[in-house]
Design a protein around this ligand. Structure first.
Ligand code: PLP
Length: 453
């Protein structure tokens, strides 16, 4: 990567303009101090003060092939010169090609693609399709999930971000998914967790009334809420419950899809095919906003003679689709999916587990591919989180100290409550991953100081 040229004055000007006019997501505007970014390439970005960071967040877990991939940048430039935009009701070559490449990679018969501008809109439309297809209204969604910040998506979301904007009339019912390390079912092991989680879901369906439930939505591997790989058999069990009751099964792969887990889709690891699959982020590494819903033949047929009542001005935007075509082609050419799988098996997985052996602050390591979480604890025995589990908005000194130590060591960390996620670009080299592990090692020594066990 480029060596950043320091220019603190330019950085100060960028930051001042930001503070004057940009209203930031999820933030108290007067309490934040966003870093001014001067540039990015591959797995790194840098500021105006000459600091370079290895990005272990992939932005918001979306730059699956890293920053400024030359093939994708060129494809966007070329498309801009040829046909920068065209409305969704027309057949446009690059849109058709993106849909074909996506449909060929999604599991089973998810062969039609409805394009959106991002993940939340994909979720909104998946739920609308499920409700129209079934004629039912209720939707079951898991606690410890994130599905986006628009109205339906935030109501589906099962984490503290939902609390401020939840509405009573959403039609959403939450249930507990499996999470062996912090088991809601007091299970002794993964097999028991799976069995009890399925029994709980079956009970929830029975008490809500199967005939009232349009859809069950799950993240295949819940991401933002903690990268909790489901136990073997769980997703197949949910599929069976959906089939038994005529419920649409929606898998949200906005974060887990497009190589993140070392497969094109996380569902591939479990041999499960949903009726609807939502995607965004990695589909084009986020170079131009794009998301969508991959739709089964049966649900698509519902709208063969009956209009689908939904659409977006920029649905299937040519620049976004050109970026998707180039991204998917680059992922094939450079074997990025295989690289993510290898990283997980041989570098990140073993490397993080080795850190857990030496650092008492690491309670659990979980994940796969380029998708890992460290659950940080005060005490390994009690598993007491390094911060209160529902610490949204509370001061979080130990995690702040951990994050500061990462940055001091050249690593930009993902921190959420008591967790840090190792979610770099899927195509980082082994040397880059090891550089990240070394920075985490140093920062975990700081977290260790806050343990009591
Ligand atoms: N669904 C999942 C699983 C996500 O992780 C996210 C974002 O992180 C979303 C939906 C929302 O996507 P977007 O922020 O593009 O609306």
């Amino acid at each position: 990567p480029l060596t950043p040229q320091p220019d603190p004055q330019a950085g100060a000007a960028v930051k001042a303009a930001d503070r004057a006019h940009v209203f930031h997501s999820w933030s108290a505007q007067g309490l934040i101090d966003p870093l001014a970014v001067a540039g990015a390439e591959g797995a790194y970005f840098w500021d105006y003060d000459g600091n370079r960071y290895l990005d272990f967040t992939s932005g918001l877990v979306y730059t699956n092939i890293g920053y400024q991939h030359p093939k994708v940048v060129a494809a966007i430039q070329e498309q801009a010169g040829k046909l920068a935009t065209f409305a969704p009701a027309f057949a446009v070559d690059v849109r058709s090609e993106a849909a074909r490449l996506i449909a060929e990679r999604t599991p089973g018969d998810l062969d039609k693609v409805f394009f959106t501008n991002g993940g939340a809109e994909a979720v909104e439309n998946a739920i609308r399709m499920a409700r129209l297809h079934t004629g039912r209204t209720k939707v079951l969604s898991a606690y410890r999930s994130y599905h986006g910040a628009t109205s339906t998506a935030i109501n589906l979301t099962g984490d503290p971000r939902r609390w401020a904007s939840d509405t009573a009339s959403s039609g959403v019912v939450h249930f507990w998914g499996p999470f062996a390390y912090r088991s809601p079912f007091y299970a002794a092991d993964e097999a028991q967790e799976c069995e009890r989680a399925l029994a709980h879901l079956e009970d929830t369906i029975a008490f809500e009334g199967p005939g009232t439930i349009a859809a069950i939505i799950l993240e295949t591997v819940p991401g933002t809420a903690g990268i909790m790989v489901p136990p073997p058999g769980y997703l197949a069990g949910v599929r069976e419950l959906c089939d038994r009751h005529g419920i649409v099964f929606v898998l949200d792969e906005v974060m887990a899809g497009f190589g993140r887990t070392g497969a094109w889709f996380a569902a591939d690891h479990f041999g499960v095919v949903p009726d609807l699959l939502t995607f965004a982020k990695g589909v084009n590494s986020g170079y131009v906003p794009l998301g969508g819903v991959a739709i089964s033949g049966e649900i698509a047929a519902t709208f063969d003679k009956r209009p689908y009542p939904g659409g977006l001005t920029y649905s299937g935007h040519p620049l976004a689709c050109a970026a998707a075509v180039a991204t998917i082609e680059a992922m094939e050419e450079e074997k990025v999916v295989e690289q993510a799988a290898r990283l997980g098996e041989h570098v990140l997985g073993p490397g993080l587990r080795e850190l857990a052996e030496r650092h008492p602050s690491v309670g659990e390591v979980r994940g796969l591919g380029a998708f890992w979480a460290l659950d940080l604890v005060r005490d390994r025995e009690t598993r007491e989180p390094l911060v209160p589990y529902n610490a949204a908005g509370e001061a979080n000194a130990p995690m702040a100290a951990f994050a500061a130590a990462c940055k001091k060591n050249g690593l930009w960390p993902f921190v959420n409550m008591n967790r840090t996620h190792a979610v770099p670009a899927c195509n980082i080299t082994e040397a880059e991953a090891k550089e990240g592990l070394a920075a985490l090692d140093a920062a975990l020594s700081v977290a260790d100081e806050h343990t009591t066990g």
